[in-house]
Design a binder for this molecule. Structure first.
Ligand code: SF4
Length: 476
């Protein structure tokens, strides 16, 4: 896999990507604000949702046991998967033992995480994504670049091109025509599939219900038309009860797309029962750990309260510039910068926590108020403690520490830097820094420092003569 900084550079050189991301994240951000403002007591709802999610995590094992019992009571077969490979193996076994040949899938980040499609294809099954964005991603042989909007990085022209090349339809960039073509293809697949695969937005502990939210209705078709339905659900996706679910539903769509509610909210409570008109004949749930229990109980445990709304991506100045593929794994943006090192270990992902300005916009928009900047700082600390940090950086940070704790040295260093940068600046900007600092100016200019420091200006401010018996005061 390419290096993080190479992926960032590739993204920064793509002007279309920046335009597409800028427009979409701006639109989503303002819709979110309007929609949350229209929710009475939205702050209280967010607080209650946070309490419900984080409270449940305190006894995740107990809640999972109750959830499993209720699933079984509903006629669902439950499987536990320690990692992604185990989850995929269970899925392939179910498919093969039931003679399934064709699978349709609704959008699922958990199965993206396990690379399920790859293993199903290897096992000889046909797999088709049925969420429109995921369908395009599958045709384009790429990966989603946003957890809610998988093709946020693509233009309608590039989508038209992909459909023209991959399914041999006449080229068009008309979104309605493109959707119509996809709908016809997907309808055929729904009717011929014998295996339906979904993720789960939530699992309701006290009723054993799986909750799927979508805007296209495909999740409903995936869970009802094929004879076998298998859901892959991360073990952290639980909510205690239906009243807690109500809180989550209120904030999820508002934070994700600015809608008051998604078009379809499906509660799946088991396979078809006698006398029911629709539903699958057999239902399975695979409960996926894949590193989550390692996070639980540690300083990053709060991240397991994430409801995957994507609002932190839309608010993040780094994501808005580089898009999802630069993060190099399933989950992009601020949430990905925590989840990926959390699940996969900091050593191989030590750059991700640095992909943040720590401005706090992610924490402000998070519907369950996760303290993302705190967790990013924790991961930066882990990166320094555990991963191999370049010696140049270590020496630089040590040097800064020494200077910052000795005011005279800091002032002398800052003065030297101002003098040297003054020699390099043209029209107030430095285009190229030398040596180790060259990386800074590779993709942007550096504003030349002001001729005088704040401390110098402060010392030089005019002082008003003091009235008799009083101290002199600076002029404001
Ligand atoms: S961290 Fe918060 S804002 Fe980001 S996806 Fe999760 S719930 Fe949404």
């Amino acid at each position: 896999m390419s290096h993080f900084l190479d992926r960032v550079e590739t993204a920064l050189r793509d002007p279309d990507l920046k335009t597409a991301l800028g427009r979409a994240t701006e639109r989503l951000g303002s819709r979110r604000s309007v929609s949350l403002d229209s929710l009475p007591d939205s702050d209280a709802v967010r607080d209650m949702a946070r309490r419900a999610k984080l409270g449940l995590l305190r006894d995740l094992a107990g809640n999972l046991e109750t959830f499993e019992k209720n699933l079984i009571k509903n006629g669902v077969q439950v499987h536990w998967a320690e990692d992604g490979a185990a989850a995929n193996r269970i899925m392939v076994d179910i498919a093969k033992s039931r003679g399934c040949k064709r699978a349709v899938k609704s959008k699922s980040m958990a199965t993206e995480e396990t690379h399920l499609n790859h293993d199903l294809l290897e096992a000889g099954l046909e797999v088709l994504e049925t969420d429109l964005g995921e369908y395009i991603v599958q045709l384009a042989e790429t990966t989603p670049s946003h957890i809610i909007l998988p093709i946020i990085h693509m233009t309608k022209e590039s989508i038209g091109k992909v459909m023209h090349e991959k399914i041999k339809v006449p080229y068009t960039s008309d979104p309605e025509k493109l959707a119509k073509i996809a709908r016809a293809k997907l309808r055929e697949a729904f009717l011929s599939a014998d295996l339906g695969i979904t993720g789960a937005n939530f699992g309701v502990v006290d009723s054993g219900a799986l909750v799927l939210v979508s805007n296209e209705g495909n999740a409903r078709l995936v869970t009802t038309l094929p004879r076998v339905h298998v859901a892959v659900m991360g073990i952290e996706k639980l909510v205690p009860s239906l009243s807690d679910l109500d809180l989550m539903i209120k904030i999820l769509a508002r934070s994700a797309t600015g809608q008051k509610i998604t078009t379809y909210t499906s509660l799946v409570t088991g396979p078809r029962r006698e006398g029911e008109a629709d539903g699958c004949q057999e239902m399975h749930v695979i409960l996926l750990d894949n590193g989550r229990s390692r996070i639980l109980g540690g300083p990053l445990a709060e991240i397991l309260g994430c409801i995957r709304c994507g609002a932190c991506l839309n608010a993040c100045p780094v994501y808005k510039n580089v898009g999802g593929h630069a993060y190099g794994d399933t989950y992009p943006g601020p949430i990905g910068s925590i989840v990926t090192p959390g699940l996969r270990g900091i050593k191989a992902w030590k750059e991700l926590p640095d992909a943040s300005s720590l401005c706090g916009a992610c924490r402000d928009v998070c519907p369950v108020r996760l303290d993302i900047p705190r967790m990013l700082l924790e991961l930066r600390k882990q990166a320094v403690d555990e991963a191999s940090i370049p010696w140049a950086l270590r020496i630089g940070l040590w040097g800064f520490g020494v200077a910052a704790s000795r005011p005279w040295l800091y002032r002398a260093g800052a003065g030297l830097f101002r003098w040297a940068s003054g020699l390099m600046a043209k029209s107030g900007w430095i285009r190229k820094l030398p040596g180790l600092a060259a990386g800074w100016t590779r993709s942007r200019d550096l504003k030349a420092p002001a001729p005088k420091s704040f401390q110098e200006l402060w010392r030089q401010r005019p002082v008003r003569p003091a009235p008799a018996g009083k101290e002199a005061a600076p002029v404001r």
